[in-house]
Design a protein around this ligand. Structure first.
Ligand code: SF4
Length: 181
């Protein structure tokens, strides 16, 4: 674990904690989609959350597996759904953004373990595709998530956004007007 990640964990474990950067699951997703997008979001640059994709994702999330999961808000950072089996579930509308979704769920598992000493496995679910994937923390995925946390701290702490670089998802990005005006 790098010094910056260890400092972040230590700050989160303090009873009266308020770390300089509050990392959320959405920030982990953004980091793996576009670091420039993460930087905009970290500066509270507002976006229109009424867009169709977000509404659809929320509806699928809210209406799937309702009877078999319970939701918990942890530390104002993460919203967790826990299945009857005890696994942590993350529901996504499609597997098009598979890596960001997996990293978000891994961050939840890592946060629970490092900050609250709770060991859990995860289930990534795509109800519209009738598909599920088991996700767990091991040596490899722990290294991936710690590199992600370090990368988020670096990105958010920078004075300027990462350089503009055209990506396949720029056309559907909520920040495209800022990037490409
Ligand atoms: S428009 Fe493209 S480069 Fe700009 S924030 Fe969105 S994904 Fe990133």
């Amino acid at each position: 674990m790098s010094t910056s990640v260890a400092e972040y964990v230590a700050a989160e474990r303090e009873p009266a904690r308020e770390p300089k950067t509050r990392i959320t699951g959405l920030m982990v997703q953004y980091y793996h989609v576009c670091r420039r997008e993460l930087w905009f979001m970290s500066r509270d640059i507002d976006i229109d959350r009424e867009t169709t994709n977000i509404q659809r994702g929320t509806h699928v999330d809210e209406t799937s597996y309702q009877g078999s999961r319970k939701s918990f808000q942890i530390d104002g950072r993460i919203q967790l759904d826990v299945l009857e089996s005890g696994d942590i579930m993350e529901v996504k509308v499609s597997s098009a953004m598979e890596k960001p979704a997996r990293m978000q769920l891994l961050f939840y598992l890592w946060y629970l373990r490092e900050v609250h000493d709770i060991e859990k496995d995860g289930v990534l679910a795509y109800p519209t595709e009738r598909r599920r994937e088991q996700v767990e923390l091991n040596t490899e995925t722990t290294a991936q998530i710690e590199a992600t946390v370090e990368g988020i701290l670096d990105t958010v702490g920078a004075e300027t956004p990462p350089a503009l670089e055209k990506k396949s998802y720029c056309d559907s990005c909520l920040y495209q007007d800022i990037c490409w005006m």
